[in-house]
Design a protein around this ligand. Structure first.
Ligand code: FES
Length: 360
């Protein structure tokens, strides 16, 4: 940015109140804001039959993102601003790419797949994530991706593909069929050009099933698995996919790898239906809404028309954290009941089992 433009912007910011400045920027489709990080979609790419990538150009308020990290984004869908969290799938300077897959109840992902176009303006929220590229940089790495769980992994592979990597990386990538696998062509290219990278694709359409109908993820890969143990005895493993996928792999890999880290998508309980109605009192909004007891509180509030800041919907980004003034809530993962008053909690990870009061 030239000095003249910076001066003009500074002068304009001093003259106009932030709200007025932001309003007019929004009216004209600019991403400049006084404080809020925003981005404009500069390119849309269809990655597979059901996933799309958006390249984003952020404004000056955005502090940057690293391969492997996630970001909360906000878009307007049917007149309501909705926030969701996505893994970054590539970083190029200040610009970055996110990839969204269509899912049955995925309001934002489906909106991005069906309506996102060049020029769409998106709100950028917190950047977070414990997977750091640095952790895998100086050691052999084993990546295990289920479907769109490939996104944090491809961002690291892309970064390494333009650097000198000395340690092997192996990727086992599961998907219904090859046409459903995002970035498959790019992954094959990286494998062809780089000795340090091996790719193993498993099409779940054709493999044996468990009793509950889920694919036996390791069944077809027994030989590969045995060879892998010999090739990479002290490997750092990272798995990303839905909850069932991660759990199946964790049981199999954790006993012999050096470390096993993972990230899973929104758990099934987040949208499960539930029982009799209870009241949720919202102190700041001075209103009370009814949601079914046992239902995920974030999901229930949204269904009742309450806007609540959220992102990952799986307890990792902290965006939804708020104070529970009173009432009983149950952690939907470990099933523990929390009764303490005036305690901070995450509505995306809890169900209400009595009337509750929240500082919202
Ligand atoms: S939405 Fe991320 S912690 Fe609740």
């Amino acid at each position: 940015m030239s000095i003249a433009v910076s001066w003009l912007r500074a002068a304009r910011n001093m003259v106009l109140p932030a709200k007025v400045y932001d309003f007019w920027c929004q009216e004209f489709g600019f991403i400049s804001r006084r404080d809020q990080a925003m981005a404009k979609v500069v390119k849309v790419v269809q990655e597979s039959s059901d996933s799309v990538s958006l390249w984003l150009k952020p404004n000056a308020n955005f502090e940057g993102i690293q391969p492997g990290q996630h970001i909360n984004i906000g878009v307007e869908v049917d007149g309501r601003r909705l926030n969701r969290s996505y893994s970054v799938s590539r970083v190029k300077g200040r610009r970055f790419r996110i990839t969204a897959r269509q899912v049955s109840q995925g309001k934002v992902s489906n909106y991005l797949n069906n309506h996102a176009k060049k020029g769409l303006v998106i709100t950028l929220g917190d950047v977070y994530g414990e997977v750091s590229m640095a952790h895998f940089e100086e050691k052999p790495a084993l990546f295990l991706a289920g479907g769109i769980g490939i996104t944090p992994i491809i961002s690291m592979l892309e970064a390494w593909s333009t650097s000198m990597r000395n340690h092997p990386v192996e990727l086992m990538y599961w998907g219904k069929s090859e046409k459903d696998l995002a970035f498959i062509k790019r992954l094959k290219k990286i494998a062809k050009k780089n000795d340090w990278f091996r790719l193993h694709v498993i099409e779940t359409e054709f493999i044996e099933r468990n009793e509950d109908g889920t694919p036996k993820l390791i069944a077809e890969s027994a030989q590969w698995f045995e060879d892998l143990k010999k090739r990479l005895p002290n490997v750092e493993a990272f798995a990303c996919g839905n909850e069932g996928f991660v759990n199946q792999l964790r049981d199999r890999f954790q006993p012999w790898v050096n470390s096993f880290s993972f990230e899973s998508f929104t758990p099934a309980f987040a949208t499960a239906s539930a029982g009799a109605p209870i009241q949720v009192n919202l102190t700041k909004q001075r209103r009370s809404v009814s949601i079914p007891s046992g239902m995920n509180i974030l999901h229930g509030l949204e269904q009742a028309g309450v806007s609540i800041a959220s992102g990952c919907r799986r307890g990792t980004c902290n965006t939804c954290t708020c104070k529970k003034v009173s009432g009983l809530v149950q952690d939907q993962q470990d099933k523990r009941v929390h009764a303490e008053d005036d305690a901070m909690f995450k509505p995306c990870m809890h169900a209400a089992i009595s009337d509750i009061t929240l500082e919202l």
